[in-house]
Ligand binder design. Sequence first.
Ligand code: SF4
Length: 326
Amino acid sequence: MHPFSYTKPSDTREALKAGRRGGRYIAGGTTLVDLMRETVERPETLVDISGLPLREVTVTERGGLRIGALVSMAETAANPKVRTLYPVISQSLELSASAQLRNMATIGGNIMQRTRCTYFRDVTAACNKREPGSGCAAREGFNRTHAILGTSDDCVATHPSDVAVAFAALEATVHLLGPDGGRRIPFADFHLRPGGTPNREQVLRKGELITAVEVPAYPRPLKSGYLKVRDRQSYEFALTSAAVALHVRGGVIREAKVAAGGVGTVPWKLPEVERALVGERPSDQLWARAAESAADGALPLAHNRFKMELLKRTVERQLRIVGDSK
Ligand code: SF4
């Protein structure tokens, strides 16, 4: 591990000052410390924000939810408001990582986590994300777990977060605070597709801090849930996943929110699937028809073509599970 300095500001103003000077924010540290040990990340200064007052889950005036950036994954999953209003969030968190990691890792850190591409974590391999211009070992290498959507010539790594898929489906907003004030970013715009600069992963400006993720209110009842398909049933990243939320009234689907994980370079919203559902009556035929477009635009690699069919089946199955639930 490379030498670094460490500071723990007592308030947000001090944290932002340290961030503006180039310090790297750390809270749970479950990704960053690993990457520092592997010398993939070499920050000069760590700014420990774990003492900042960003640990609340509150219902907003409009009936949505605001989840503080420092609320742990475990606390968020267990929160009664989250469980009642948006089961898809709780389920996505409970299917992530391990119990120990969920106790440490925060919501802000979770949506900032870096890819699990093995070449990214191997400092002897070519990787444009870790070292711009060095190449992409995954393109010609073993790419079974890599992305089929949103890829570029320069990078085909998946985004690893589960709860980010739920936030993408629900069209959440990320609240940021920086040296120049606050701003709100729609979740769909927060993560950047790799293009020619896979080293740039989010829209954050220098010194900006995530303060909360806000989930909008939806008409009730809103049925929702998360399905994750993986090589083993615990402590594993998604091969494919689906976050689904449906509002059905009078036997007709009025709102449909759907996103996929394990397949995109960013959490992957599925607007075509949503369009196919709204205004229709729930049925097995509808779930199958709507899921047909889930892999549209996919560009599979040598070892991950299977994800195209698996994605459609994952989406169809989760539509059925949520649609048929009481
Ligand atoms: Fe690096 Fe992206 Fe290629 Fe993986 S897929 S080796 S992260 S450039």
